[in-house]
Design a protein around this ligand. Sequence first.
Ligand SMILES: Cc1ncc(COP(=O)(O)O)c(C=O)c1O
Length: 466
Amino acid sequence: MNDRQTYNITETQRDDRDNWFHPWEGMANAGTALRTVITKAEGIYVFDEQNRRLIDGPGGMWCMQIGYGRKDMAQTIYDQVIEMPYMNPFSLTSSPTAQLAGKLAELAPGDLNHVFFTTCGSTAVDTALRLVHFYNNVKGRPNKKHIISRDDAYHGSTYLCALVTGKDRDKNWFDVASPLVHFLSSVNPSKRPKEQSLAAFCDAKVNELEQKILQLGADNVGAFIAEPIQASGGVIVPPDGYYKRCWEICRKHDVLFIADEVVTAFGRLGHFFASKDVFGVEPDMITCAKGLTSGYLPMGALLVSDRIFKEISGPNARGSSFGHGYTYSGHPVCSAAALKSIAIIEQEKILDHVREIGPYFQKRLQELRDIALVADVRGMGLVGCVECTVGALGEASLEFDTDLGARIDAHCHELGLMVRPIVNKCVFSPPLIITREQIDTMVDILKESIIRTMHDIQHELGIELV
Ligand SMILES: Cc1ncc(COP(=O)(O)O)c(C=O)c1O
């Protein structure tokens, strides 16, 4: 292989096609397509191989909080690499990681004062689920192991996380059935029957959780895991009060409540953690990753309550040790990056900015409802989803819906915007530093691209333009 200076775009695309087995690879075309190469990034923009500047609509993968190209972040990472790039987290400690643990405990709601560091969101969720089982074993409750999750949930890609993921598309072709995992129906309000009020829908969903706990027997249920907003499931915002009422049901039945904040933590909804500040919930555990380092380096964390920690440690430990962890748990360079990202968010008042700009972003997205192809627009803070369907044109066709997001994304790309297409949905979680004017540009490009896609399809179907 050539060195980096002489390794050109053609070689990149060739080696990518021939040798890089990507996540979520569509296997029918695997090893054939030439992918877009991202060559550099600055602020809210990424640049492709033709040096085309694109607004990064999905903010990497819901992780780019402070924006690309921060030299102060680079300096922090460099300094830590020079000073001490690695230490064994099983038996030693280091200042950046200890300091980060303290900082996360300070920012977290309630008594979540114990931080288990992981390498990403999946390993944070894995750790949470293993801890539920460990906790109940140590407490002498070997039956209290069942986990309740929900349809449309995404909790990661390790074997254990995939077990609690409720998206068929992420599980098809894998063996992920487990007698210990149970799914509740989707909390997507737009899918409720027309005659059902939002309040009645919320009551039904909360009741479903309680019924499931009673059906399994509270003595057998270890935990309920839920994202405050189901992100990869299509930005599903549950009805008001739903999340808090679920937490109350869990407390009533002594079921641990795991808030999966891998997407919602670190500012996406205008707060470091959304559980308490947005939804009024003090979970037993919070999982986070992504925005923890603003995507600059890989890192995740599980925050655990004092209560849980106390119940399984000291005289309550019964000789146990928590035999779980990673070579890169609490990596000092990632920890330094996380501390720096949090400091930037605080110093530059980025949370205030998100709280100010979020409603404007949502308002502008809602304008897209006027386009016939658009079936639903939803979101909160700086996360949003525009769901489209050809059915809205009076010509229901699943075949078209399957790649609607990709079609819209292709037009957006021409016009300077990158979208996260998920089947028939376009999902957005732009860098938190995005300005009002940049939101305008983003939504204008999206609007034009949806209209162009609609016209393409109308042309292909041979039906009248709306
Ligand atoms: C809510 C949620 N949990 C867990 C994960 C898994 O995180 P990672 O991809 O860092 O393993 C994701 C990833 O998108 C996520 O959205």
